[in-house]
Design a protein around this ligand. Sequence first.
Ligand SMILES: CC(C)(COP(=O)(O)OP(=O)(O)OC[C@H]1O[C@@H](n2cnc3c(N)ncnc32)[C@H](O)[C@@H]1OP(=O)(O)O)[C@@H](O)C(=O)NCCC(=O)NCCS
Length: 242
Amino acid sequence: MRGPVCTTSVSVTPQAVRARSGRCYRARVTSTVSPPTLRIRELRKDERRMAAGLTARAMRDNPTTIAMFGDEPLDRLVGMLSIWTAFFHHPAPPQLGAFYRGCLVGVGAAVPPGGCIGDALGADADDLAAGEAPPIGHPGRAQYVRAKYAVHDLATPHWHVGPVAVEPRFQGRRIGETLMQALLDIMDEDGSPSWGETDTEANVRFYRALGWELVKTEEVIGIPLWFLVRGGKGAPIEIPQG
Ligand SMILES: CC(C)(COP(=O)(O)OP(=O)(O)OC[C@H]1O[C@@H](n2cnc3c(N)ncnc32)[C@H](O)[C@@H]1OP(=O)(O)O)[C@@H](O)C(=O)NCCC(=O)NCCS
């Protein structure tokens, strides 16, 4: 049986739209560009590989990806595909897709409090991060980067946002914003703060326009990483120094 359709027409004033799960995603307007009409819903099992492929293509040329996998774009695509296939293989909702007429055009996920990289790597993160970075292309280099993220992770229980990715040819059309707003509705309802790191200044603008605050910048494998936080209704947030 088909669930109710989640259609986001965000060129109008705030409105509620209902996803298959029955959850309401509010659409808010922050820019004058009209996004395409999208359906935002949880990814199905058979869509996980597609989501990994889209994320790999979207992040293929990000500075961290280049620093991890090198100058050959094909190597970067393969490296990213492996990382994101593993990520989507262990689904921890929300893992949302933005669909345009049934076609996946964007992906947005957040790992719930207690399940993010800091918790998953535990004490190993400190040892890994204190060591030498494995060379470009080495399979351990991505794990080293994860350990660095973990060291800088927020100590307070939090949502860890990512990936947020839009099919490369369709970026800048508010698909990312629509996805992020759906994630924010879920995370805000829970009340824990949200945390994320990113590696381009354009992405920092994207996050800040949606209410995130920049808390620190750190260099990881030679790349500046911006760490951002948003909201939280609970205890004061302690920002780790790393
Ligand atoms: C970051 C991303 C998810 C934003 O989604 P989007 O649909 O392109 O962006 P929107 O149209 O909703 O919002 C536009 C804002 O996003 C930011 N942005 C970041 N990367 C952008 C890109 N490649 N193209 C256009 N805008 C981009 C800009 O701040 C832009 O606002 P501005 O034009 O006023 O500067 C998307 O561009 C993307 O997939 N980028 C590559 C992967 C990535 O870096 N993901 C984030 C990892 S933390």
